[in-house]
Design a protein around this ligand. Structure first.
Ligand code: TPP
Ligand code: MG
Length: 365
């Protein structure tokens, strides 16, 4: 099927990371010149910045990523679930593509996407078996088309607006300061999607995020676990609503004195809920705003965690450097404007190519 295809795409997910199959995925992608897209759980399985890597697909993916999937004629999917955040309206997902689905769980095959070929296998075992049988392919025209789509329909750049920090500027700043050994964890919400869109994840298990169940409260305990295992630096990028869910774990963090820096994106809202209510429920906001916002710096200090607010426009990026240079348990509190949105976005139930907000990012107001 690969030999017959003219516009194949390799779609990888968390199963590749669980199987430790990143090297084999890379080998297959390079040998066959396949553009590679991934789900949220697949971030870190392919090097960001590689010309064949086209990032995360779906609801908050880059426009070109979703557009190239419309054109693909063979979807080789490994360790993915075809969940609605990835596929959008299922009947319009990869409309021209024959589909191969490799998954260790037999119940996943054909569950959501009709497939021409289903293979029940561990991802690494599958790749080890097919690599010796897979010839090299030249796909210059297809890769050129992918490059053209990327050029024309990129992830939009955030615009600086007066004194307010755009969250994407913060994620960019963090990304530029992130070494490949640092493990990043997130909670669930807008901050999680900003990280998924913009933070370069340079290795498998470099991002620990709750993608399946989307459990708020995941970030801090996951960061503690990662720091216990690696004994290295962990960055927990969290939201105010999510941090509150397991905030007592600050006591554990202080007790264990691990090198965990929490970067708290505080919009005094359940931001993703506010975004949905704003966009799809006629701006009727309900139970998404913290009427009496928490003073997280005081709370963290009470637990014995060093904590400061970072007011970027006032103190500048150099202050961020100084904050990140320190080791040990720490909370950096970053106040954000509540009106920020995660864009672009595929409306719930719509097809992935019907995404909006790509040409301009919402201006806080
Ligand atoms: C335990 C749990 N409850 C509810 C939800 C639904 N939910 C998804 S995102 C979100 C808001 C998250 O708020 P916050 O952590 O402040 O992140 P923000 O979107 O503001 O960045 C909610 C309530 C969830 N994912 N997990
Ligand atoms: Mg929030």
């Amino acid at each position: 099927m690969l030999q017959e295809a003219e516009r194949p795409v390799l779609y990888i997910g968390g199963g590749v990371i669980q199987a430790g199959a990143e090297a084999q995925v890379r080998e297959l992608a390079l040998r066959q010149q396949l553009p590679v897209v991934c789900s949220l759980m697949g971030l870190g399985a392919f090097e960001p910045g590689h010309p064949q890597f086209c990032g995360m697909l779906g609801m908050h993916g880059a426009p070109y990523t979703n557009l190239l999937l419309r054109e693909c004629d063979l979807l080789l999917s490994i360790g993915v679930r075809f969940d609605d955040r990835a596929t959008g309206k299922l009947s319009e997902f990869c409309p021209q593509a024959r589909t191969v689905h490799v998954d260790i769980d037999a119940r996943e095959i054909g569950k959501l996407r009709r497939v021409e070929l289903g293979i029940v296998s561990d991802a690494a075992a599958f790749l080890d078996a097919i690599l010796p049988l897979t010839a090299a392919a030249q796909r210059g025209a297809w890769l050129a088309r992918v490059a053209e789509l990327r050029e024309r329909h990129p992830l939009p750049e955030p615009r600086a607006e007066g004194d307010t920090l755009r969250p994407l500027e913060l994620i960019r700043a963090l990304g530029a300061r992130l070494d490949s050994q640092t493990v990043v964890t997130t909670d669930v919400g807008q901050h999680q999607m900003w990280v998924a869109q913009r933070l370069p994840i340079r290795r498998a298990r470099g991002l620990l995020t709750s993608g399946g169940l989307g459990s708020m409260g995941f970030g801090l305990p996951a960061a503690i676990g990662a720091a216990l295992e690696t004994r290295g630096r962990v960055l927990c990028i969290s939201g105010d609503g999510s941090l509150l869910i397991n905030i007592h774990e600050l006591a554990t963090l202080a007790e264990l004195a691990l090198d965990v820096t929490i970067v708290l994106l505080d919009n005094a809202h359940l931001g993703l809920v506010r975004q949905q209510q704003t966009l799809f429920y006629g701006q009727r906001l309900s139970a998404c705003r913290f009427e009496r916002p928490t003073d997280f710096v005081t709370v963290a200090r009470g637990f014995g965690i060093a904590a400061e607010s970072w007011l970027p426009r006032a103190s500048g990026l150099r202050a961020l450097d100084a904050l990140l240079a320190q080791s040990g348990p720490r909370l950096i509190h970053v106040p954000l404007t509540a009106a920020e949105m995660v864009l672009p976005m595929v409306p719930p139930g719509a097809a992935n190519h019907e995404m909006f907000g790509a040409s301009e990012l919402a201006i806080p107001g």
